[in-house]
Design a binder for this molecule. Structure first.
Ligand code: M6R
Length: 628
């Protein structure tokens, strides 16, 4: 949600800033801008819309500045217009600020500044920052760093900022208050960015600022202080990522590339977490799953609560099913945005799980922080045990939680989550199986059966992609003109897949879609059905298969066009019920969600592509939702 880039060094800043913004465009793409300093003058160029508009403007206005900041915006306060685009400047055009987050008390600060004669040029919350810095510099003998520090002490909310000042052309100041910002260390040059993806082409030596830290970057080095002025000594770490991970690699869209990466992601996750030496018939006294979590954690769980948002919430819903059905542990799941304002009663021996692909979702982070804070004053059995399920262990959630399952999905660029979802779901399988082993709720034979099934999943995803992609593309043509609504139904472990199919369709094709547990249709939503509303039923063979089929028949009787997702073994029978059948290889019901979601990802992808929509950067969305 909004991307920040900053550079100070010996190269020309503008190209580094703009290419960094291109790598952060998934965070927001309403408008963009850069500010640089050359020959003591601040130069700020901004443009509404996508980054190519900014690039065009910059080509007409070349500077060779060696310091600058850039921003790609996801609008919160003020419409996506050029005058609201960042950077924002003070009245003397000396100070430029980019911000990611929200300054909650901006209205009163704005009034205060207006009373002092400041004229505002935007409707944003951010513009108060350069004006305040400017006032502190004018009214006192504060250094640039001190003026920024003093300004921050006036700001409420969660934000990260980068600031430059034409009167201090060798300093770039960066600060973090609950919104992510990472510093990059090169040879005689330094960078900052909201996400390491922007830093990868330049350096792998990175350091994430912690909450309440401010950094002064100069061509000579980086100094970090707390907001109260104490010097902090911290060292960069080296990322083992390569820039190729964030390229399209010949695919038309990142989303398609990420859908096709799923077999590889599952393979690498299985290699990481399945214990190859475990054989049920040898009655081993160690778990088939190798999560590396402390045994103390396992001895002390009576209750599990999961918090997440969006697609990660859907993964958590599958997690709840698995933790209850396999490990027998009562589990609840909440939207993080709700939980933070209506938490559950404090129960002893609780494990709290946060699920997030970005590792930065403000609501999820806040829910976990709240949980930690409210338990910290209680006796030991109530203390927070926080587990993160994420592909970004280096992110804020990774720093916050005492246990992490790294889902091995790597970075995902397409705004619609695909490979990270599958990887999160696998994280829950591992946790549930590991807990089941420790609690002896499953026999070794049953554990072996499930694990063998998991080992077949990568090949089955590959097969699904090979056999279904073209057929689904053909089918997609039928829903691009007049279809305005879709209904998705599923039951049991596949109800979350219906939810996920509907969310994917809404997000990238802008077709209204709702998902219901199939048995709930007759309690109201069935009134929506007619020949214009296609119904997608996730009908995987297993305990609720017949039920889903009969719910689907009820929809058919109301003239709905029925699309079924089922097993290839079942195709002939399914053809009696469904107008269109999307198949996946045979799989046991317990593991079926991992396959059933693939055709639904492809369906939403192809509908969006045929409609000519921006699949990777759908309107109004951002990949990393770092505001409340
Ligand atoms: O980064 P997170 O997993 O915490 O993000 C949560 C949601 O914002 C996210 O899943 C969103 O719903 C995606 N765009 C889904 O495709």
């Amino acid at each position: 949600m909004c991307g920040i880039v900053g550079y100070i060094g010996t190269q020309t800043a503008t190209e580094i800033l703009v290419s960094g913004l291109e790598r952060l465009a998934y965070r927001g793409y309403d408008s963009a801008g850069v500010a640089t300093i050359s020959e003591g003058k601040l130069n700020c160029i901004r443009a509404k819309g996508k980054l190519h508009n900014l690039r065009e403007k910059l080509e007409r206005d070349v500077t060779h500045a060696q310091i600058g900041i850039g921003h790609t915006r996801w609008a919160t306060h003020g419409k996506p217009e050029e005058h609201n685009a960042h950077p924002h400047l003070d009245s003397n055009t000396k100070i430029a600020v980019v911000q990611n987050g929200i300054v909650e008390n901006y209205r009163e600060l704005r009034e205060e500044l207006k009373n002092k004669g400041v004229e505002f040029r935007s409707e944003t919350d951010t513009e108060v920052i350069p004006h305040l810095i400017s006032q502190y510099l004018t009214d006192s003998t504060l250094t640039f760093l001190d003026a920024v520090q003093k300004t921050i002490s006036r700001l409420e909310g969660a934000f990260a900022i980068a600031v430059i000042n034409a009167d201090n052309p060798y300093e770039l100041i960066v600060a973090r208050q609950q919104a992510p910002i990472t510093l990059g260390f090169g040879q005689g040059e330094f960078f900052c960015a909201s996400d390491v993806t922007a830093l990868l082409p330049h350096t792998r030596a990175v350091l994430s600022l912690e909450n309440g830290e401010i950094a002064r970057m100069s061509p000579l080095g980086v100094e970090i202080y707390t907001f109260t002025g104490q010097r902090v000594s911290r060292f960069p770490r080296t990322l083992d990522w390569n820039p190729g991970q964030v390229e399209k690699q010949g695919f038309r869209h990142y989303m398609l590339k990420e859908i096709h990466e799923q077999p590889g992601v599952v393979r690498s996750s299985l290699e990481t977490y399945l214990n190859p030496n475990w054989h049920a018939d040898e009655n081993p006294d160690f778990s088939p799953i190798n999560l590396g979590l402390s045994s103390q954690l396992y001895d002390n769980i009576d209750y599990i609560q999961i918090v997440a948002c969006g697609t990660s919430w859907h993964a958590g819903l599958i997690g709840k099913y698995l933790l209850e059905q396999l490990a027998g542990i009562p589990t609840t799941i909440d939207y993080a945005s709700e939980y933070r304002y209506s938490p559950k009663p404090v129960i002893p021996h609780t494990l709290t799980i946060g699920v997030t692909q970005s590792g930065e979702t403000a609501d999820t982070i806040a829910a976990l922080e709240m949980e930690q804070a409210r338990r910290s004053k209680l006796e030991s059995k109530f203390q927070a045990q926080l587990l993160a399920i994420t592909n970004r262990p280096e992110s804020t959630i990774g720093q916050l939680c005492n246990h992490i399952i790294n889902t091995q999905a790597g970075i995902e660029i397409g705004v619609a989550a695909t490979k990270t979802f599958i990887a999160q779901v696998l994280g829950f399988y591992y946790l549930a199986l590991d807990l089941a082993y420790h609690r002896k709720t499953l026999s070794n034979e049953r554990l072996t059966e499930i694990i063998d099934g998991l080992r077949h999943i990568p090949d089955s995803i590959e097969k699904t992609l090979e056999t279904q992609d073209h057929a689904i593309e053909e089918l997609a043509h039928e829903f691009t003109q007049e279809t305005e609504d879709f209904i998705f139904i599923g039951r049991g472990i596949n109800f979350p897949i219906a939810l996920e199919g509907a969310l994917k369709l809404k997000e990238i094709s802008y077709i209204h879609a709702e998902a219901y547990p199939a048995g709930e249709m007759k309690h109201g939503p069935i009134a929506l059905l007619d020949h214009k509303v296609p119904v997608v039923a996730v009908a995987m063979p297993g305990s609720v298969y017949e039920k889903v089929i009969s719910n689907a028949q009820e929809a058919k009787a109301r003239d709905a066009r029925l699309i079924g997702v089922t097993s290839a073994m079942n195709v002939q029978e399914a053809a009696h019920t469904f107008n269109d059948v999307l198949t996946v290889p045979e799989v046991e019901e317990l593991l079926s969600p991992i396959l059933a979601v693939i055709p639904l990802q492809l369906l939403s992808y192809h509908i969006a592509v045929i409609k000519g929509l921006d699949v990777d950067q759908p309107r109004n969305l951002a990949k990393s939702v770092t505001v409340e």
